[in-house]
Each structure stands twice: as structure tokens, then as C-alpha cells.
Design a binder for this molecule. Structure first.
Ligand code: PLP
Length: 407
């Protein structure tokens, strides 16, 4: 008899985006022809940068010729891309990361999900609330939690992110072994200062814990005082793994390319307390279960680091940040408290009402779709998330309608 992994039975069906779609469908049926503006989903709307498209096309042409064709590439990624990443994303910012510490993959979602395979089932996991749901669900699948009770899984340590701590979690009061952090944050749009990250790095060092740092949105940071990488903090190489993605930085949500940094000095411990480098463990996992990102996509990702690639990416991310600024300013002018919208494409608004009620009100009165904050965790109750991924004129139109509806 084939028995199943019963941890899967603990998982809560994620109704968030299907519930949104259902409500939007119903609104559409009742209001045929009404123009609906979507500021809900975190997917990009601008096309790939021309520099990436040119590099991708050139690589496809190489693949079409026997002399330049390439089959399986190195699982960890081609050197040309790993070197460009190490040089531009880390060394240029004073972070001591080398090309061999970069593992190229097809997404930060898979990497943040898969990394927990390296750790024992018995560790204590600390996860922010609200949160990108992948971190929670993959630990449920692995059996690191109990049942779901009162909107939370027993066994996890939830790090509450609220207006009281500016959406940057305080250190946990109970011992933890693995800590998920994400800055700039999805869904709150909050960022962490050097000092705040340094506190976490010190905590992880003192307690032999590991930080999993998701920096999928670092490209949106404009404030020069904010760190883009946890490795800009001294000592972080020994206690942190970082995840990055080309999805939001260069519009690769459909092209698929990301990377994970596992420094060679980053350690885990066996049951006797002996230290083991995590780099060879992740290398083993990656090479056993993954066969590399396609050559043309890696060439397209490499083009992100050319002069024209950098200029085009700056232009597109500036465009989204202008949208975020419009959302932020208009909601502030309407008297709402909020986070994000600066150094981040998300605006997290305290509604003073139930998340779903506020969502329904915006849909029914303004035909604008947002995301109810309660879908990201208990601390998201009463919030909605606006996404800046849309056309500028559509964002302006959405905020005009919302201003009218809320006044
Ligand atoms: N991490 C965070 C915080 C995200 O919000 C997302 C996507 O929305 C991802 C990772 C996934 O990135 P990728 O497209 O590389 O899988």
C-alpha cells in the first residue's frame, strides 16, 4: 500500500487568489463592461529589457548551429553568469561573495522552498507574520509543524510584524534555529536598516542559528543607506543564505532565472554538535535534483549586468516605483497609515476595517482589485496590499476612483 506524507493533510488550501478571482468574476457578471483595474497580483507588467532580449536571441541562434550548440550546462550555472552576479551584486557593494558561492536556478520560489531539505526535522523555525506563504507551507510539508489552529500552525515561532515595530520583527523570546527574513518585504513593503540586520546577524551568531534572507525585491531600494544584501553586514557570511531573483528586477517572471548564495563559511551542525559547511550539502542537493537553467535564459540574465541592461532595468524599476509613490501619496492624503511604496513595489495599508470588507468596498465602489492582507497571516488582518505592477495611467485612474469612493 502506498502511504502518503500526511503532513500534506495539514496544509490549508490557499483560497486567497482564487477567492479574489471569484469575487472579481461575480463583480464582472453583475457589472458587464465595467473596466476593472488590477493592483493585486505581484507579477510584473513591463516586457523584458531589450538588452536581455538581444542576448537571448543571440544565444538561441548559437543553439541552432552545430558548432556553437550547447547541451547540459553546469548545474550551478555558467561561469559567465555566476561571475557577473558575484562582481555586480556583491563585490561592488563591498560584500565578500565569490562566483563559486552562487547557485543559479529557475526561481527563488523553488530555492526558498527547497533549502529546508538541508535541515533536520526537529529544528525550531521562526517565520515572519505576515509572510510570503512558501516559507510556511514548505515547513508544514516537511513535518516541522503541528496542526493548524486559530490561523496558525502549532510548532512554528511567528515573528509579528506590525506598525509597532515598523514591520521589522523583534528577536524571538524563545530559542529558534532557522529564521526567515525578507527585505524589502512582500507583502508589507518594509525595509530593514543595517543596524536592524546587524542585530539579527549577531543573534544568529550567538545562537548558532541560520538566517534565510530573501532579497527578491532588493532592486527597488533607492535609499543608499539601506543594505541590498545581508552580506553587507559583517559576519553574515557565516550565518546566512541569501535568495535573489531576476523576476522582479528584470521582468523574468515568465523567463525564470534566480540564484541562491551559500557562502563556503556558512555552517550547520550535526547531532553531536560538529560543524558542517552547508555549501557542499546544497551543491549536492542542487546537482542531484536540478539540471540547470537554459543557456539562452542565462545569457539573457547576464545581459542584466551590461551597461544598457543596467540602464533599462533602472528605467523599468523607476517606473514601478513612480506607480508605488502615487499609491502611497494618494492613500496618505486620504488619511491612511501605511508602509512600503518607497524602496518597494508594494504598499501595505492599514484599513481600519476587515481586510475582505475593504477589498469588497474597493472592488464595488471603484472597480479596483487589491489583495486582502489577512491572506498573508494573522498580522495581516485589517490590511490590504497594493501592488505597483501596472501601467502608470491605470494606477492614476485607480487612485482617482479610490479617492472618490473613499471621500
Ligand atoms: N520571494 C518573494 C518574497 C516573492 O514575493 C516572490 C514572488 O512573488 C518570490 C520569492 C519568487 O520569485 P521567483 O519568481 O524567482 O520564483
Amino acid at each position: 500500500m502506498i502511504t502518503i506524507n500526511e503532513n500534506y493533510l495539514k496544509l490549508q488550501a490557499s483560497y486567497l487568489f482564487s477567492d479574489i478571482a471569484k469575487r472579481v468574476r461575480k463583480y464582472h457578471e453583475l457589472n458587464p463592461g465595467k473596466d476593472i483595474i488590477k493592483l493585486g497580483i505581484g507579477d510584473v507588467t513591463e516586457p523584458l529589457p531589450q538588452a536581455c532580449v538581444t542576448a537571448w536571441n543571440a544565444a538561441v541562434t548559437e543553439m541552432a548551429d552545430r558548432k556553437t550548440f550547447r547541451g547540459y550546462g553546469p548545474e550551478q550555472g555558467y561561469d559567465f553568469l555566476r561571475e557577473a552576479i558575484a562582481k555586480n551584486d556583491f563585490q561592488a557593494r563591498g560584500a565578500d561573495i565569490s562566483a563559486e558561492e552562487i547557485f543559479v536556478s529557475d526561481g527563488a520560489k523553488c530555492d526558498t522552498a527547497n533549502i529546508q531539505e538541508l535541515f533536520s526535522k526537529n529544528i525550531k523555525v521562526a517565520i515572519p507574520d505576515p509572510v510570503y506563504p512558501v516559507y510556511v507551507d514548505t515547513n508544514v510539508m516537511a513535518g516541522r509543524t503541528g496542526e493548524y489552529e486559530n490561523n496558525r500552525y502549532t510548532g512554528l515561532v511567528y515573528l509579528e510584524c506590525t506598525s509597532k515595530n515598523n514591520y521589522v520583527p523583534n528577536l524571538p523570546k524563545t530559542p529558534v534555529d532557522l529564521i526567515y527574513l525578507c527585505f524589502p518585504n512582500n507583502p508589507t513593503g518594509a525595509t530593514a536598516t543595517r543596524e536592524q540586520l546587524a542585530t539579527w546577524v549577531q543573534f544568529a551568531k550567538d545562537t548558532k542559528a541560520l538566517i534565510l534572507f530573501d532579497a527578491a525585491y532588493e532592486i527597488f531600494i533607492r535609499d543608499e543607506s539601506l543594505p541590498h544584501s545581508i552580506y553587507e553586514i559583517e559576519g553574515a557570511r557565516d550565518i546566512a543564505i541569501e535568495f535573489r531573483s531576476f523576476s522582479k528586477s528584470a521582468g523574468f517572471t515568465g523567463a525564470r532565472c534566480a540564484y541562491t548564495v551559500v557562502p563556503t563559511s556558512c555552517m550547520g551542525y550535526d547531532s553531536s554538535g560538529a560543524a558542517h559547511a552547508l555549501h557542499p550539502l546544497w551543491n549536492r542537493r542542487h546537482c542531484t535534483k536540478f539540471n540547470g537553467v537554459s543557456y539562452p535564459v542565462q545569457r539573457a540574465a547576464e545581459a542584466v549586468y551590461t551597461l544598457s541592461g543596467k540602464q533599462q532595468i533602472r528605467q523599468t524599476t523607476d517606473y514601478y516605483l513612480t506607480n508605488a509613490g502615487v499609491i502611497r501619496n494618494r492613500m496618505l492624503n486620504l488619511g491612511y497609515k501605511l508602509a512600503g511604496g518607497e524602496n518597494s513595489p508594494y504598499v501595505w495599508v492599514e484599513t481600519g476595517a476587515d481586510s475582505w470588507e475593504f477589498f469588497d468596498m474597493l472592488l464595488n465602489k471603484a472597480a479596483v482589485v487589491t489583495t486582502p492582507g489577512s491572506g498573508f497571516g494573522r498580522c495581516g488582518s485589517g490590511y490590504i496590499r497594493f501592488s505597483a505592477f501596472n501601467r502608470y495611467d491605470r494606477v492614476e485612474e485607480a487612485m482617482d476612483r479610490i479617492s472618490k469612493a473613499l471621500k
